[in-house]
Design a binder for this molecule. Structure first.
Ligand SMILES: *[C@@H]1O[C@H](CO)[C@@H](O)[C@H](O)[C@H]1NC(C)=O
Ligand SMILES: *[C@@H]1O[C@H](CO)[C@@H](O)[C@H](O)[C@H]1NC(C)=O
Length: 347
């Protein structure tokens, strides 16, 4: 399929740039700024405004009160987000396709028409690179990962800008808008927001974070421009699809993570035992310490496996940073170990 947009050797580079952050963090204004300077960098750029593309009724179900509801609306919103990505995909394959021919009816076609119009204008023809700036909250990594997958499928550039703005300011700015979002939605989203974390997910490597509590500086804008330029000149490589093999690999990966964590935990346990001996902990307490550490390690490793499989269910194996996962997990165990040891020593 990639071949369809790969017509001729000189296919123009393209990039998907994800803007992520709380409502009113300044995403749309950054998107406008990028759009405004795009031509001078030789980019044909379009902003993809999720809030306008996705119909109001779907948006309303986003009003959330508790965690369960977030999960539910997350699922509802999901099919709409997919539809947006499908539109981008269709455009990549057939830029001349008319909006009426779009296969998806889940998005507002008029808005879509407006956002891609600038891309097909004759005066844009001499601009070689194609840029889509995706403007949504993207608060879960899994939401951003869908974009990454699309970029990879078509060997596009991919980058992410996290707009970090303190909660108070977001709430205040939102209240000044003509159609504010309920404050509780922002509060709820803040609780769930997981900003890009390249240590955890290597596919998020090409990400930057901007402090948008105040107006963006020229220097910050420059950083975004450089990020996009880098993404354009370093497109992703597509991978083959082999679901079964991948699942087997993921289980293997989980076993590997648990094995490495187990080794590290054993070392921590024997260190703790050594410390206890040095502190002249009596033998019965030593036995209790050994049992507690052992028990704690077993529970810890069990949970680690479970959590790892859960968290990686949407990922490709090569996008998981095993070393980072093990290190963070072992740090947690070390903390637990210290507490157990202190309890016994102070007893
Ligand atoms: C962001 O900028 C504001 C105002 O300049 C500052 O008060 C805040 O500490 C900054 N936040 C971070 C995370 O750097
Ligand atoms: C450590 O825990 C495992 C699993 O919970 C158990 O099978 C083993 O007997 C325990 N060993 C010690 C020395 O307590």
């Amino acid at each position: 399929m990639a071949a369809e947009i790969d017509a001729g050797a000189g296919r123009a580079p393209a990039c998907l740039c994800v803007l992520c952050g709380l409502p009113a963090a300044g995403k749309s204004s950054l998107a406008r700024t990028i759009l405004g300077t795009a031509a001078q960098h030789g980019w044909r750029a379009a902003v993809v405004p999720y809030d306008h593309l996705i119909p109001e009724h779907a948006f309303q179900t986003r009003v959330v009160e508790d965690g369960a509801k977030v999960q539910e609306t997350h699922t509802e919103w999901k099919s709409h987000r997919r539809a947006v990505l499908q539109c981008i995909e269709q455009f990549l394959k057939e830029p001349q396709l008319l909006t009426e021919q779009l296969s998806s009816c889940q998005i507002n076609r008029e808005v879509w028409q407006q956002c891609v119009q600038v891309l097909v204008q004759p005066e844009a023809a001499h601009q070689t690179a194609l840029l889509f700036v995706l403007d949504d909250n993207f608060y879960y990594p899994s939401m951003r990962y869908e974009v990454y997958q699309l970029a990879r499928k078509y060997s596009l550039g991919f980058c992410q800008v996290y707009l970090q703005c303190d909660l108070e300011s977001c709430i205040k700015r939102n209240q000044c808008r003509s159609r504010p979002i309920p404050t509780e939605v922002i509060l709820e989203m803040e609780k769930h927001l997981e900003s890009p974390n390249p240590q955890k997910y290597s596919w998020e490597t090409n990400s930057i974070s901007l402090n948008t509590t105040e107006d963006l500086s020229d220097c910050a804008i420059q950083k975004v421009i450089e990020l996009i330029s880098f993404a354009l000149s370093n497109p992703l490589c597509p991978i083959e699809d082999n679901t079964e093999q991948k699942e087997a690999d993921r289980l293997k990966c989980a076993t590997n993570v648990v094995h490495q964590a187990d080794q590290a935990c054993r070392r921590l346990v024997s260190e703790a035992m050594k410390r206890a001996r040095e502190n002249q902990v009596p033998p019965d307490h030593m036995r209790s310490l050994a049992a507690q550490l052992n028990e704690s390690k077993a529970v810890f490793l069990h949970n680690l496996r479970k959590q790892f499989l859960q968290e990686t269910s949407f990922l490709q194996n090569e996008d998981i940073n095993v070393e980072g996962v093990v290190k963070r997990a072992v740090d947690n165990f070390e903390h637990e170990k210290k507490e157990i040891l202190l309890r016994i020593i102070n007893d």
